[in-house]
Ligand binder design. Structure first.
Ligand SMILES: [Fe+2]
Length: 203
């Protein structure tokens, strides 16, 4: 097993992890997962990120999706991940933090970047690593996703500039949540503002 200088494992048994996800996730969610893993690997190739580790993050990103809200809260507390009020009310948001703890405790992932990519795949966060950005974006653009507005442009942008794709996705997501009157995790707004500024700096 290869290790990074910090002693983290860098190679995981992808077949084993895929089999685990096949066993735990409902069929549709499993197919989505494999779509995310494939797109994440492709984006990693394009943007000079580690392909295997990025794929592992894609495979595991929804590993906690089937757990009950109570189980997810328990996992977050166990892993020292703070649960926000918005998350308590909207348990769909909890699976990212819970997934990060599950990936570490059940699947033995010690790679901080992989864990971060799982942790932030729903809301994103300011200052994401390339792997975190890739998994966030792959979750939105994988082939099985509905044709949301601007999808073709977002898919194209993802293979050109990750920050550009991030801003497009976050803007769409915020507009959609606002139009439905849904509660918005403040982290989603912070992330959108942060990457709009980042993009402004580049142009
Ligand atoms: Fe997810």
């Amino acid at each position: 097993m290869k290790k990074t200088p910090k002693g983290e494992r860098t190679e995981y048994d992808r077949l084993e992890l895929i089999r685990e996800m096949e066993k735990t996730l409902p069929y549709k969610r499993f197919v989505h997962t494999m779509g995310v893993a494939a797109v994440a690997a492709g984006l990693a190739m394009r943007h000079g990120e580690d392909v295997r580790r990025t794929e592992v993050a894609g495979i595991l990103h929804d590993c906690a999706k089937k757990l009950s809200a109570e189980e997810m809260i328990r996992l977050c507390e166990k892993g020292g991940i703070p649960v926000t009020t918005v998350e308590r009310k909207n348990s769909a948001l909890l699976h990212a933090g819970a997934g990060c703890v599950l990936a570490s405790q059940r699947f033995g992932i010690t790679d901080e970047e992989i864990l971060g990519a799982i942790r932030w795949h729903t809301t994103g966060k300011p200052g994401m690593t390339t792997m975190e950005k890739i998994v966030f974006i792959a979750g939105y653009i994988e082939p099985g996703r509905k044709d949301l507005p601007g999808m073709d442009e977002i898919r194209e942008a993802a293979f050109r500039d990750l920050d550009e794709a991030l801003v497009m996705i976050l803007t769409n997501t915020l507009e959609y949540l606002e139009s439905r009157g849904s509660e918005i995790d403040p982290m989603t707004r912070d992330t959108c503002d942060y990457y709009k500024k980042e993009l402004g700096r580049k142009t």
